[in-house]
Design a protein around this ligand. Sequence first.
Ligand code: AMP
Ligand code: GLY
Length: 426
Amino acid sequence: MKVLIVGAGGREHALAWKCAAAARVTEVLVAPGNAGTAREPKVRNVPVGAQDIEALAQLASAERVDLTIIGPEGPLVAGIVDTFAARGLKCFGPRRAPAQLEGSKAYTKEFLRRHGIPTARSRTFTHGNFDAAWVRAQRAPLVVKASGLAAGKGVVIADTTEVAVTTAQAMFAGQFGVAGNEVVVEEFLAGEEASFIVMADGVHILPLATSQDHKRLRDADEGPNTGGMGAYSPAPVVTPTLHARIMREVIEPSIRGLAADGMPYTGFLYAGIMIAPDGTPNVLEFNCRLGDPETQPLLMRLKSDLTLLCEAALAGGLGAVSAEWDPRCALGVVMAAAGYPDAARKGDAIIGLDDAARLPGKIFHAGTKLAGDQVVTDGGRVLCAVGLGVDVRAAQHEAYALADTVRWPGAQLRRDIGFRAIRRGS
Ligand code: AMP
Ligand code: GLY
């Protein structure tokens, strides 16, 4: 069996590593991949960009790829699954229409409202119908969101209504390009966030293990928002009762609602949930893909063959399979480049990777590339060091031992990944 992974981040390195571990998989191609996938046994990088759908379809045909898994949202929202399906190529992910759940926050808010799924109260505006007076009449803080894809940067928490107005106006003026043609203004929700990720086959749902991300740059959740500075699984905040509630109140009505709307959802579906003090699971956002860095600890715990699960989903048979998880905790610490999340510095030599490879746990690469034999930084989030342990503390210990073996000038990492679970006594 030949597998193609589309993307270049830590999530894609973990996907490639996991698929390559299956005995029936002979080779995993990654387009375009990074230095980590370049060095992974049974894995080969192919220099095709993740947005080049036509070239990816040609690659999958020419290489007789049996299964393609899409990492990032860009190609999904642009319709890569539709293109592959039209050519008889198996590709795991949602089609263009249901991928709007991530591609358009305006669409998602309307979808959630129509199907009675809990979410923050909001209004959607265009430049033409923006109602500044309404915004000024709300209670601050407010959350202002560019509706389209903005590489994780399109969400602003405005401490005053005046900031909310100017933020929306900047978005209409093109701060995030066409992503800001529509702007969602919503109430700020307090609570604890969790990442709830499932696989779906249009009808059936297979929930993956729970996880929690750390979005802020610095310890104690301070500093600017990032793509995610670390994650662990399982997330003890998602108790069995809450798990059942999220399935019943969020995931099941979403999958049913999409099917009823004529756009059945096949693929990974990621619900970013804000758990209210009374336990209400409010949807902050949907992603039409796996999370990054959640995937790295998740796949460290997945014992089942991921390619079998994806094939089952593509055949409509997710109801007949289950996923087996390592009962231990996995925890991933992201190491980011100097300057991240604004302008990340590139080209720094990364020292210590060979020593780290002799330690327990696993380092997944994200923004790295090979310069000759040397691995150098090539993006904002550079590595994710993942440890396993009987509890969060033990997993944390293993992850930081790995991370501390690796260095380059200006590397940034949080020292407190997993603090919420530890505070809870897990
Ligand atoms: P999103 O891309 O919509 O998930 O937003 C990015 C981050 O902004 C989320 O992970 C939350 O931390 C925060 N956020 C988004 N919407 C809200 C909200 N309504 N209330 C509080 N925080 C929010
Ligand atoms: N870690 C958050 C995301 O993947 O969107």
